[in-house]
Design a protein around this ligand. Structure first.
Ligand code: WT7
Length: 648
């Protein structure tokens, strides 16, 4: 069984280990003995306008409060740009590969400084002030990185919105965040499909209506196609921004000032924005990326995540740039126009560290070894995955076929709420176990709790919790601190509960068993089943629905939805229509794999839907449905199984 494989660091003799194993162990001990001392030492990784003297203040109990480096003063854009201008001004900071351009854009630290400063001036001119929220909804083009850093420079809080959200989803988030400005694009190509960013944004702003506080919209013209502009509100990004001064004095921020908010899914219907604070986040981003993706001169990291996710924030932008590396972004698709497209880009840009999602690994694996073997890939020296579980087999394929057994594979576990890597190996230092996210980085005290919420020692399986705060921890949920306290600290007293289950083996390695709440993970995109059910509840033709996750060979999980239709409505629903309804309300990424119109759902005698059964029925795992005697009407199960089978 590949579950039991351990690969010693000696396998990667050419990989420059960050430190000897004994030093890592000493770091672990120091962090445990003197957490504040440890984190104040790590804080030196970034530039401070005033160095902090305090580490953590706050508490995980009662009205939870979390604060780090509270006497420190900082600006995140200075950490990512100005800090490197003395010795790396001409080093490429950002490679932006656009499929519609013959030549990739190579932006040095000096050029990045110039661009960020111009946009900073432009935003201030438009009335954006410190603490204001700015929504960024862009494809993976250089302006996305520039926009985030410009917000940071003026002290505005960026809210990056995924281009795959529907107009409805964007409207909801624009209202909730109170954004005063938007930065978007005219359109973008995804393979051979056009994504009309500006048209979706216009529809979103129209839906938001008077509830939107957006006064200005900057539009990056990505093609020559005509784009309607609303005079007085909309500005052509480059026409407007490029004539501003190329210098802007950064606004000095308190460490606890929010740097960004990011929407993510939980077990209730409403998406929540988690808020991250500047100082702690920057230290954490630099630390976690420095430990796992420690780069050498000449390295190019390509993290294929969209900037709209936490991976895009920390691995593409803040962590890597804080450490002075070269980051690459691209709007390409892994298999368009042909399988192996991403591998071509690895060769073309001499990518040394490739960081992608298990979904992409499984897709490459399905394309076959020949596609990989037809490429050179000699530049690669480190491979990474994160965002969802990867099976030992897929891990080994990535390691053996893509990495030719030369490159360590780092599987890192983290979340929007943790903002950076929590579980992950230090490559070249620790043994690797395919399928395991390894061990906690120094400074993180992981706990496995049993069903009663009691921490258990040694090898164990249960809920994955963290006992002590870390600098990059989310501070709150925007406008809903009570929800923050209840969601993350209500489960195991005095501990942060991640929402995931995990097993810890005898060597202290962690194996993630999956979400314990009603969150599913489709190709690395987090989706709450309650979001889907809420969206459907808004349609008067639907009495009730239940959404569940089912296993999918490439995406990891997919969405299956059971819908009870109201009788005698004028226009009847179809399964296709329901699918469109969901993608229209939430976005394309939420398009269900299967929709079943059913007369009823399995329920307990008190009327509660039995999701456990629905999950099994929808996955076709009908051999082992367990005891059905507690159901109100066990015959419904047979009927649902028939419905699902007739689809398969
Ligand atoms: C959820 C967080 C890498 C951060 C981007 C996702 C799942 C994350 C792993 C992993 C197994 C993983 C968890 C987690 N997850 N990394 N290496 N192995 N599962 O951030 O969208 O907030 O999702 O993704 O279930 O809770 P996110």
């Amino acid at each position: 069984m590949s579950e039991n494989i351990t690969i010693p660091p000696t396998q990667y003799a050419d990989y420059p280990a960050l430190m000897p194993p004994a030093e890592l162990a000493a770091m672990q001990r120091y962090a445990r003995r003197d957490p504040d001392g440890f984190w104040l030492q790590q804080a030196k990784r970034v530039h401070w306008h005033r160095k902090p003297k305090h580490g953590f203040t706050g508490s995980f109990t009662g009205d939870v409060s979390i604060s780090w480096f509270e006497d420190g003063l900082i600006n995140a854009s200075v950490c990512c740009i100005d800090k490197h201008l003395t010795d790396k001004a001409d080093q490429v900071a950002l490679i932006s590969h656009r499929e519609d351009r013959a030549e990739a854009e190579k932006i040095t630290y000096a050029m990045l400084h110039e661009r960020v400063c111009r946009l900073s001036n432009a935003l201030v001119h438009l009335g954006v002030e410190e603490g204001h929220r700015v929504a960024i909804c862009l494809p993976m083009i250089s302006e996305a990185v520039v926009a985030m850093l410009a917000c940071a420079r003026i002290g505005a809080v960026h809210v990056v919105l995924f281009g795959g959200f529907s107009a409805e989803g964007i409207a909801e988030r624009i209202i909730d965040s109170g954004a005063v400005a938007v930065i978007t694009a005219s359109e973008s190509m995804r393979g051979n499909k056009i994504v009309p960013f500006k048209a979706i944004m216009d529809e979103a702003l129209c839906k938001a209506g008077a509830e939107s506080g957006v006064r200005s919209v900057l539009v990056v013209r990505t093609s020559d196609a005509p784009v309607p502009m609303l005079p007085g509100r909309d500005y052509d990004f480059h026409d407007f921004v490029d004539s501003f001064e190329a210098d802007f004095v950064p606004v000095v921020m308190r460490a606890e000032a929010p740097l960004f908010m990011l929407y993510t899914s939980g077990s209730t219907g409403k998406p929540k924005a988690v808020v991250h604070a500047t100082g702690g986040y920057m230290v954490w981003a630099a630390y976690t990326m420095g430990m796992v993706y420690h780069h050498q001169p000449g390295d190019v990291l390509w993290c294929t995540a969209d900037v709209a996710w936490i991976t895009g924030h920390t691995s593409v932008v803040y962590g890597l740039l804080a450490n002075g590396g070269t980051t690459m972004i691209s709007d390409s698709l892994p298999s368009y126009p042909a399988p192996g497209r991403w591998l071509d880009l690895v060769d073309e840009h001499k990518v040394t560290m490739l960081f992608t999602a298990p979904t992409a690994v499984r897709a490459m694996m399905a394309d076959g070894d020949d596609v990989v073997n037809a490429r050179n890939l000699e530049s690669l020296r480190l491979l990474g995955v994160a965002g969802e579980p990867i099976s030992p087999d897929a891990w080994l394929w990535y390691h053996d076929v893509v990495g030719k057994k030369r490159c360590p594979v780092v599987d890192t576990w983290w979340q929007t709420e943790t903002a950076g890597i929590v579980l992950g190996p230090v490559p070249g230092v620790q043994p690797l176990k395919p399928g395991s996210a390894s061990t906690p980085l120094p400074g993180l005290e992981m706990v496995i709790a049993d069903t009663q919420g009691r921490p258990v020692q040694g090898p164990a399986e249960g809920s994955l919790c963290i006992a002590r705060s870390w600098p990059g921890q989310a501070r709150t949920i925007w406008k809903d601190h009570a929800r923050f306290c209840q969601t993350y600290f209500g489960m195991v007293p005095g501990h942060y509960f991640t929402g995931d289950g995990a097993r810890r083996d005898a060597d202290g390695y962690y194996w993630i068993t999956g979400r314990m709440d009603d969150v599913i993970n489709i190709a690395g995109h987090r989706l709450g089943t309650a979001e889907v059910e809420d969206a459907l509840a808004a349609d008067h033709r639907i009495v009730e629905s239940a959404a569940v996750g089912i296993p999918h060979p490439v995406k990891g999980q997919a969405l299956a939805v059971f819908v009870i239709q109201r009788q005698n409505v004028a226009t009847e629903l179809t399964e296709k229509g329901i699918s469109r309804l969901i993608s229209g309300m939430l976005g394309r990424y939420a398009t269900p794999e299967a929709v079943y119109l059913v007369p009823d759902l399995p329920r307990t005698r008190s009327g509660k839907i039995v999701r456990r059964l629905l999950r099994k029925i929808a996955s076709g795992e009908v051999d082992n449905l367990g005891d059905l005697s507690s159901l109100n009407d066990p015959s419904i199960v047979r009927m649902l199984c028939d419905r699902v089978w007739s689809h398969m």
